[in-house]
Design a binder for this molecule. Sequence first.
Ligand code: F6R
Ligand code: MG
Ligand code: MG
Length: 366
Amino acid sequence: MKVTLSVIKADVGSIGGHIKPSNDLLTAVQNHIKSKSKGIFIDYKISYTGDDIAILSTHTGGPLNEKVHKICWEAFLAGGKVAMSQGLYGAKQDLLKQDFKGSVKGMGPAVAELEFEERPAEPFLFFAADKTDPGAFNMPAYLSFCDPMHNAGLLLSSKLRRGFTFRILDASYIEADRIIELNTPEDIYDIAVLLRDTERFFVEGIYSRVSGEQIASISTTRLRNIAGKYTGKDDPVMLVRTQKNFPGTGEILSPYTIGAFVAGFMRGSHNGPLMPVKQNSDISFFDGPPVVSSAAYCVHDGKLTEAADAFDQPYWDYVRTQVSRKAEEIRRQGFFGPAMLSMSELEYGGIVEVLQELEKRFIIKK
Ligand code: F6R
Ligand code: MG
Ligand code: MG
């Protein structure tokens, strides 16, 4: 059976700042989907990561399906209404446009979708990250698909050796989607050259060179390009199919042991280590640290199993302690050097205004 997985995610308000959605808000989103999704979804799961709510659904409508996108948009509107009535922070924050015109793309919510013919066993992972941006997935994607230190299958499986096609987006181009396709293994250094720049280049999709099937899909929303100014970090979502001709589940999870420094953290303007957390985890220290959750599923005839919470396992407790140490280290240098983001990535204009004022006071010493 040909099935579509769609994950649509938005921040429509949260308790105590940017910490988590309220129960009433979540219930409003759940109730809307429960009452309206008959005949549109085959199955669905609703979860949150930090202040973002994700609606994961299965259906047969293909990517960018109007009915699927509309029901999610309306669920977020219903949630946003509750957020307003409760005085939640950032109510309707990611709902940047008024008129729904066929899909939520370009309206604020993050979207990742995969359409495929189901294999007899169809395992996949759903990732959601908060207090960071799509560049947070650059390094894990590179390591899981290009590096045998994380993907043993690149050495052990003749199918995986044939490689993958990376579809990479240039987020600096605003007028339209500017993309490049590069193949592993022959282009891995070129892929590295692009993906090292986590502010500009994002992985949009990864495809098998054995079958041409899409393996991974990552949201590449740039809220500031939609709103014309910074309105919060572009907290991304990702779907990855695993096993057989694709990387194993553990090979996709492996790079998250690193707790790599990513953009986000306090006021969306600092670098912090990416902490793998359980689904439905809150945000705290310095409005962070940046977090990523991962739920593993199997899907059959569009029906989802219960989630296996991939980072809810004792190994990741150890990783979380290590990541907390990294967070402590970088926080010790406050706003100096790599602790704070580059000028172009700061979420606030205040520093630019101060610099403009100070410019006038500089003198050239002869
Ligand atoms: C992402 C997130 C942050 C905030 C940013 C701005 O989920 O919460 O990127 O959007 O910290 O926050 P305020 O609204 O407090 O200026
Ligand atoms: Mg937020
Ligand atoms: Mg968020």
